[in-house]
Write a protein that binds this ligand. Sequence first.
Ligand code: OFO
Length: 165
Amino acid sequence: MINEKVRKAINEQIKNELESAYIYLSMVAYFHSINMDGMAQWMRVQTKEEVAHAMKFFDHVQQRDGRVELQPLKPLKTDWSSPLEAFQDAYKHELFITGKINDLVKLAREEGDEPAGILLQWFVSEQVEEEANASKIVQTLERVGDSGPGLLMVDSQLGKRGSSE
Ligand code: OFO
């Protein structure tokens, strides 16, 4: 049986992960609208990963006889001034998620919830990767600036990201 405080906090995190998916899906639509189909592909894969993250938490709660209670998602941003701004938002969002995962780690430890602690270790490593991926793209886009050919090159590179789920 899952610890009650941990169950509530994980329910909140299921919402956060689904919000990540929703934000990134909104970016997919934005990238298609400016003909950056490679960036859209990258974000499509990211969206699927976020749903998979939410489901990892979802399954953990329900396997331990807990009740999953889905919560409303925040209203969405649907437009960005440039690909750089979109990826900067993605990076900021990943920093926010890392903070939430760290809070969960602390809570699971305080409550002595060992199984949740083990699950969360996976997310700690995953966040290192999530932050690094977004940060690298932000840095590349900063270097490219407004250059059309540069942006097309980044777009084509990001379009190579295959689905990992
Ligand atoms: Fe679920 O890692 Fe991104 O948000």
